[in-house]
Write a protein of this length. Structure first.
Length: 128
């Protein structure tokens, strides 16, 4: 009888782990829906299209712009919907800010030295 209770208890713990994962996934989905709802309210269609194109190219950049837009909207600083031109200005200011703060891991470029060729070995051996 005690073994049966332990087995049932153990099974419920596994179910709880799955339930927690489901809860986290639902919470993440709700947050995503809230973000898109806010963005739909504050962006004109052209600006939303541009942001979507940016997202296809660079997810992190679109996320940064969205975060800034949502922060501005929540603080009550928006008087009207953001149009495409205003979005371009925001992107330009973000780019300028990134240039001033210096390189990050995302925009750092790695340059590797070239490989050795057979000709390079011949040149090295013939130098003496």
């Amino acid at each position: 009888m005690a073994q049966l209770k332990q087995q049932q208890g153990g099974g419920s713990q596994g179910g709880q782990g799955q339930g927690q994962e489901d809860d986290q996934e639902q919470k993440k989905q709700r947050e995503t829906e809230q973000r898109s709802s806010i963005l739909n309210q504050i962006l004109e269609p052209e600006a939303a299209d541009r942001l979507g194109r940016i997202r296809m190219v660079k997810e992190s950049r679109a996320q940064m712009v969205e975060d800034r837009l949502i922060m501005i909207a929540r603080s009550g600083q928006l008087q009207q919907k953001v149009n495409e031109e205003q979005l371009k200005q925001m992107l330009a200011s973000l780019t300028e800010h990134e240039k001033q703060t210096g390189p990050t891991l995302e925009n750092m470029k790695v340059v590797r030295k070239g490989r050795w060729d057979e000709d390079d070995l011949d040149d090295l051996l013939n130098e003496s």
